[in-house]
Design a protein around this ligand. Structure first.
Ligand code: B12
Ligand code: SF4
Length: 439
């Protein structure tokens, strides 16, 4: 039996990543991987909440296999974790939205695409001293060179297994939060997004009863659903919500939604509100020209209509906009005035970033640590410092007192106004005011 350690890298030193303590979500991908090998001893080391050093933990736990995930901006930390684990004789495997495209130098294997089925196969093969070249969806080293094995789709999609190495806690604006994914993948093809590539364009759903049972069994009052496109099938969404309501589950939910799908199915959103939907994330991205350029398959009319529907339902929405480093000062000003005109609740701006695996083809002029969507990593039209200053000031200009009052009214109507939430929202708003990152 192999002992497995799965590591979530520490993001505390990466500017802007933890949203000023507004949220801290569980290492969900790693929990799913642990769920894929239920017969094995697995520990999840969440570096983001640890006071212990990983080297001490490795020396004490002595895992046979160490797995690591992580976003692009955590590249050097992922490399360090792999090196540290390998130097102690562990077999190292990496995966996730970054590593599947940029293999860590010293890793023994990288899982390409969905992880559960391949990870399970890899563990069983190592246990049987088998040949990893026979395991699909892997990059492995042969004679010092990376080689990739054949691709294969696995249906395995276990429930998360929470086998933490420490006493960690997860929250959204101070409210204890658990995660569950009801749907997986996205049928759209936005050029800046890696999701359809990870899940190979597949869209799948879990049985509604399974999701409702899992949610009912969690003690946390808040559920974060990391869906890429929850409303792609309104029929499925409706059946899940019916199941949740029928089961008498009384929790709050956060999920990302597309504006066109809100507009197409307002009755589903209303139902979700009844089931407990409190917060949404929406990718507004920009004006119509940008939507077309990004292949978003959406319109600014849908964005405006979705904000009205969310207001009607008293659901708080965090809308995101993408700023192109090639934009001129007047183009950025036009995007800001469009963002203001939408009158959305919380507005965030991110820099257009050519993440590995996406369809964006731009010259990169910065290191991986700057891939945090708060820094331009491609050439800018404005002088770089000027671009960064202008960019960092954007969110604060949309977060006016009027908007804050609207958010407070929604929190009141949802009976969600708690001191710890207000404190975290205030800190969050201060960050949006441009004080969170240095250019
Ligand atoms: C929910 C979410 C968030 C949440 C936080 C999630 C969390 N748990 O902390 C919030 C909203 C806070 C967030 C913030 C950010 N996010 Co985000 N987020 C997502 C989202 C929508 C879902 C993530 C998820 O749970 N997916 C479900 C799991 C099961 O999928 P998965 O992680 O890909 O894992 C599977 C495989 O990749 C593989 N796998 C993964 N790791 C490993 C490891 C091993 C060893 C193996 C074998 C396999 C394996 O197996 C898993 C199961 O099949 C994804 C897009 C998406 N749909 O995946 C973006 C995504 C991960 N986010 C992204 C980004 C850029 C960010 C931000 C940097 C943006 C920002 N500044 O606002 C921040 C950084 C936050 C941080 N602390 O690191 C990018 C990452 C791109 C990249 N290459 O780095 C993604 C892919 C979206 C995109 N634009 O393409 N995010
Ligand atoms: S941005 Fe959203 S809609 Fe577009 S491909 Fe990614 S997950 Fe799908």
């Amino acid at each position: 039996m192999k002992k497995i350690l799965l590591v979530e890298p520490d993001d505390r030193s990466v500017t802007g990543l933890n949203f000023g303590g507004a949220l801290r979500l569980e290492p969900f991908a790693l929990e799913l991987l642990a769920g894929a090998v239920p017969a094995h001893e697995v520990k999840i080391f969440d570096y983001r909440q640890e006071t212990r050093s990983l080297s001490d933990y490795l020396d004490g736990y002595k895992p046979d296999i160490v797995g690591v995930t992580g976003m692009t901006c955590l590249h050097s930390q992922i490399q360090n974790i792999v090196t540290m684990a390998r130097s102690r004789g562990a077999f190292t495997v990496a995966g996730g939205p970054h590593c599947m495209f940029v293999y860590p130098d010293e890793a023994d294997a990288v899982v390409i695409g969905e992880g559960e089925g391949t990870f399970r196969e890899l563990v069983l093969t190592l246990e049987a001293n088998g040949d990893l070249a026979m395991v699909p969806n892997l990059a492995i080293r042969r004679n010092g060179e990376w080689m990739t094995t054949r691709r294969q789709l696995y249906p395995l999609w276990p429930l998360p297994r929470r086998c933490f190495a420490g006493d960690y806690s997860y929250h959204l604006f101070g409210l204890k939060t658990a995660m569950i994914d009801a749907t997986r993948g996205c049928p759209h093809r936005c050029t800046f997004c890696v999701t359809p590539v990870i899940f190979q364009g597949r869209y799948r759903v879990r049985p509604p009863e399974q999701v409702a049972r899992y949610i009912a069994g969690r003690p946390e009052p808040f559920i974060f659903m990391p869906e890429a496109d929850f409303l792609a099938s309104p029929k499925y969404a409706m059946s899940l919500l019916n199941e949740i309501i029928k089961s008498g589950i009384r929790k709050r939910y956060t999920v990302a939604l597309r504006s066109d799908e809100i507009v197409a199915s307002p009755e589903v959103l209303h139902h979700f509100r009844i089931a407990g939907l409190s917060f949404t994330f929406i990718g507004f991205e920009g004006q119509q020209g940008q939507l077309n350029e990004f292949h978003k398959d959406n319109t600014i009319e849908n964005n405006a209509a979705a904000v009205r529907i969310l207001d009607r339902e008293h659901i708080i929405s965090t809308g995101t906009f993408i700023v192109d480093p090639l934009a001129s000062r007047s183009e950025i000003a036009a995007e800001l005035s469009y963002a203001k005109s939408l009158k959305n609740d919380i507005t965030l701006f991110s820099v257009l970033t050519p993440f590995p695996g996406t369809y964006l083809n731009r010259q990169v002029v910065a290191g991986w640590d700057k891939f945090d969507v708060l820094h331009a990593v491609t050439p800018t039209t404005l002088p770089y410092d000027d671009f960064q200053r202008t960019f960092m000031a954007l969110a604060g200009q949309v977060m006016t007192t009027r908007v804050m009052l609207k958010v407070l009214r929604k929190l009141l109507s949802q009976r969600l106004l708690r001191p710890q939430m207000l404190w975290r929202l205030w800190r969050y708003a201060r960050q949006l005011g441009g004080q969170r990152a240095t250019a």
